[in-house]
Design a protein around this ligand. Structure first.
Ligand code: ARG
Ligand code: ZN
Length: 853
């Protein structure tokens, strides 16, 4: 069993391994409960260490060692010292120059409920090795700086036997590219394959295969199309070609995360592959496109160039997220993409960085690395790349990336390596910029303006955030894209990127006839909180006139947030002005429907709570829920005579297509329907529900009906229609958990927890119900604390089987200190109860420990 306090791993302690690995031969004799894995590993000395002699120390967990030998000599039981984390062979038995290690272990895929290592999902074998799952398959140097060539032989009954690289014959695979163990994959089962082809720009023909369960073959078209577009895009935008003759994707139903970039054999959560118009929403299609691209892009940013150690995770994840965001923008709309990316960043990363789980983009210590696949590493990591690109310019960015691929191909690298290519190409010193990787917390940028005699002075300051994380931190480099507007909406000065690289800086602009209205942080040019006090007239002016779409949206959102906060604090406010401006935008045919839909969507309840926090108020989840509903109603009334027409006009005729134009029209149509439902007693939503021919509209209508408390018939019908489609059933659980009115939500989720289809061991199903409930603030944060108790019960239950998914979901408590004392007490009681669980995993233990610290 694990020691009572699991050790903390630190970046400063990094040391190269004593031995490198050249080659690995793996043989799998598959059996559901007793798979035998035989490995033959060629080790050689690490000449850089020079501090031997060394024991052979290998990582291994939950392995039954059957046999081991070194250079053909069998090791006796007392020559191999096994413990909970691996094994050691004393130095005097280990030829220090190099040797061949052979061993056989037995593992139990069916008993592997953690879904890490080799496990079974619906009768099929699959693997998840990132970050440290390979050590649950065999003894190894399970660390990303050890890169080796793998040959794999799989013996089993299944008609499909897959691993990385080139197929030699049935069940036999060779990967020519050296890789760390976390990129190893194996899949075996009764799978169907959908096949296509891609020719790289240098003329290599690549076979593309998507493996799915029987019956799902017709759900792969979009994923396949997205894959081909990704391959082309990486050639055109980064000069990167695919490097094998075969690229495979497998869809798996039981998966802890989204997907995994194993070399040549990506494994996906099936929700990110399978789609038909009847079963998937526009949002699902968009996510499939983004994640297919993300995993494909990892082939260069992650696989060919990997991470030296797990502290460098953002080296591959931040960069790859940045790349997939730009890809999605190119495929759809950059301005909409930017708004959506910022919404995600603010919804997930800002709260993380303002609470007890805050950590730098490159963390410096961890207990369980799986807990660091976070919004900070991924999404803030991507923002850092975006700022770097802005600072050096597009051309230099491309030249630095080219140099990165040339210089580091085949290596396991660090953030220092990444920064250095930018310094070498641009000639800039990026020491200060690097603080973005090292300092946690969200900088707050505040603003002072002064205008006299034609001179405009703009003073920007960067400060600690409200949570105090940034006290005593050094000033970072913050690029602030800035525009200037005259009262007629024209721009007297060109847009410029102001670089705030000190605690305070004043920028002086001469020759203006009047004080400009300043448009700051255009395009959200840095992941900061902009504290710019504007009166509502100024905001309204930018809302109407800003030429930067992001800031136009931002101005509208700022007005909405102010109104919502006042309403949640019980003040009587009139939203008529705002609603009127919204109306103009909603009906403006020159604007992208998708953008108009985003405008019509009010800030989430969580976003309102955050804004109240910035204003120094304690959020009341129920009051926020009511305020949001009331403002929606005000807007609906103002647009009353336009809504039926807008709803009808945005109807997309002809067969369903998931493309951005059609999806944008549907988004606006459904936003209009949401408002209309507050006026017509859900009549139009009922019609749409019963008449819909695609999941986007069916699901949106269902959501509207449930939130209005009128969903009973539709809920039953939806279940009957979709009870055999697991991914659609996930939606059925999630939408009830997330949109049932707060008074009724707990009873509903309790009952659903007893439902015969609530297969809680499946991570997607668990997240749908428990996660859906816990992310509906007014339901989860009900004043009597029973929402907390319900979620804690389930987390304790799941932790015994699946630590990764449990630990991740504990993040729903991450914002607990923003609420009132009574709620804080109720939450901490539940957190302590979780913490006292005798068998608590180190994953969950680390998160709960931080939440309570
Ligand atoms: N590298 C994967 C991705 O971002 C994430 C896999 C992480 N899985 C885990 N169990 N930590 O595409
Ligand atoms: Zn990734």
């Amino acid at each position: 069993m694990r020691p009572s306090t699991p050790p903390t791993i630190r970046l400063v302690d990094y040391q190269q391994p004593a031995f490198w690995i050249e080659k690995v031969n793996l043989k799998f004799a598959l059996h559901p409960t007793a798979t035998k894995v035989t490995s033959e590993i060629t080790f050689h000395a690490n000449a850089d260490r020079g501090d031997g002699p060394h024991d052979l120390r290998l990582d291994g967990r939950d392995l039954k060692l059957i046999h081991a030998s070194i250079d053909g000599r069998d090791l006796a039981d007392d020559e191999v010292l096994c413990d909970a984390e691996g094994l050691s062979v004393p130095a005097d038995l280990v030829p220090q120059e190099g040797f061949t290690w052979r061993c056989t272990v037995e593992i139990n895929p069916e008993g592997n409920t953690a879904l890490e290592g080799l496990y079974m999902s619906n009768g099929m074998y699959c693997t998840q090795c990132e970050a440290q799952g390979f050590r649950k398959i065999t003894y190894y140097l399970d660390r990303p700086d050890v890169m080796a060539r793998f040959n794999v032989k799989i013996e089993g009954e299944a008609p499909v036997l897959l691993s990385n690289g080139n197929k030699i014959n049935h069940g036999s695979w060779q990967d020519p590219w050296p890789k760390p163990a976390y990129l190893f994959a194996l899949v075996a089962g009764e799978l169907e394959v959908v096949e296509d082809q891609f020719t790289t720009r240098s003329g290599r023909d690549v076979v593309l295969q998507i493996f799915v369960r029987k019956g799902d073959e017709d759900k792969c078209d979009y994923a396949m199309d997205a894959l081909k577009r990704s391959m082309r895009w990486d050639e055109e935008h980064y000069g990167r070609e695919y490097d094998l003759d075969l690229f495979m994707i497998v869809a798996v139903d039981d998966f802890n995360m989204g997907a995994m970039e194993n070399k040549g054999l990506n494994i996906f959560n099936s929700r990110l592959v399978l789609a038909t118009p009847e079963t998937a929403t526009d949002a699902n299609y968009k996510a499939i496109e983004a994640v297919i691209a993300h995993e494909y892009f990892h082939n260069w940013t992650g696989n060919r160039i990997t991470c030296r150690d797990w502290f460098q995770l953002c080296l591959k994840e931040g960069l790859t997220v940045f790349r997939d965001q730009k890809f999605s923008g190119d495929m759809r709309s950059h301005s909409v993409q930017r708004i959506e990316d910022v919404l995600t960043l603010r919804a997930r990363q800002f709260p993380e960085d303002a609470g007890p789980l805050s950590h730098p983009v490159r963390p410096e210590e961890y207990i369980e690395i799986n807990n660091f696949y976070t919004a900070t590493v991924y999404e803030k990591g991507a923002e850092v790349i975006g700022m770097l690109k802005r600072l050096v310019g597009d051309e230099t960015y491309r030249a630095a990336c080219d140099l990165y691929f040339e210089r580091h191909d085949g290596q396991a690298c660090t953030i220092e390596d990444w920064i250095r290519v930018f310094e070498d190409v641009s000639g800039q010193d990026l020491t200060q910029f690097k603080l973005w990787y090292q300092q946690n917390g969200t900088p707050v940028v505040s603003v002072d303006e002064d205008f006299s005699q034609g001179t405009y002075r703009l003073t920007l300051r960067q400060d600690a955030d409200a949570s105090g994380h940034r006290i005593d931190k050094a000033a970072q480099v913050i690029p602030v894209m800035t525009g200037f507007l005259d009262t007629d909406g024209s721009e007297p000065l060109p847009e410029q990127c102001l670089i705030l690289d000190a605690a305070e800086k004043t920028f002086v602009f001469e020759g203006l006839t009047a004080k400009p209205v300043v448009s700051l942080l255009r395009g959200f040019s840095a992941p900061v909180i902009l504290d710019h006090t504007m009166d509502s007239d100024q905001r309204m002016f930018l809302f109407k006139h800003d030429s930067d779409t992001f800031n136009k949206w931002e101005a509208g959102r700022g007005i909405a947030l102010d109104l919502l906060c006042d309403m949640a604090r019980g003040q009587l406010v009139k939203g008529a002005n705002f609603a009127d401006a919204l109306r103009t935008i909603a009906l403006d045919g020159a604007l992208d429907p998708n953008f108009r839909a985003l405008m019509l969507t009010l800030p989430s309840e969580d976003a309102i709570a955050v804004h109240m926090g910035h204003l120094g108020a304690v959020p009341d989840p129920e009051a926020i829920h009511r305020a949001r509903h009331d403002l929606k109603k005000t807007i609906a009334k103002q647009l009353a005579s336009d809504l039926p027409e807008l709803f009808a006009a945005m109807r997309v005729r002809g067969p369903y297509s998931p493309d951005a134009d059609a999806a944008g029209r549907r988004a606006l149509r459904l936003a209009a329907l949401g408002l209309l439902s507050l006026l017509d007693d859900c009549a139009a939503a009922q019609d749409l529900y019963w008449g819909a021919d695609n999941m986007t509209e069916q699901f949106a209508a269902l959501s509207i009906l449930i939130s209005a408390g009128k969903g009973a018939d539709a809920i039953d019908a939806f279940y009957k229609q979709w009870k055999d489609e697991g991914l659609v059933l996930d939606k059925w659980f999630a939408i009830q958990a997330g949109t049932t009115p707060p008074e009724a939500a707990l009873d509903v989720v309790r009952a659903l927890g007893e439902h015969g289809d609530f297969n809680w061991k499946n991570p997607n199903r668990f997240r749908s119900l428990i996660g859906g409930f816990a992310t509906a603030p007014a339901s989860f944060h009900r004043a009597d604390g029973r929402g907390y108790e319900f979620v804690a019960d389930w987390l304790i239950k799941l932790d015994a089987l699946n630590p990764q998914t449990t630990a991740r979901m504990c993040g729903v408590f991450g914002t607990w200190k923003r609420y009132d004392k009574k709620r804080q007490t109720l939450i901490s009681t539940q957190l302590r109860r979780i913490q006292k669980t005798p068998t608590l995993s180190k994953d969950t233990g680390e998160i709960i420990g931080k939440l309570l610290a």
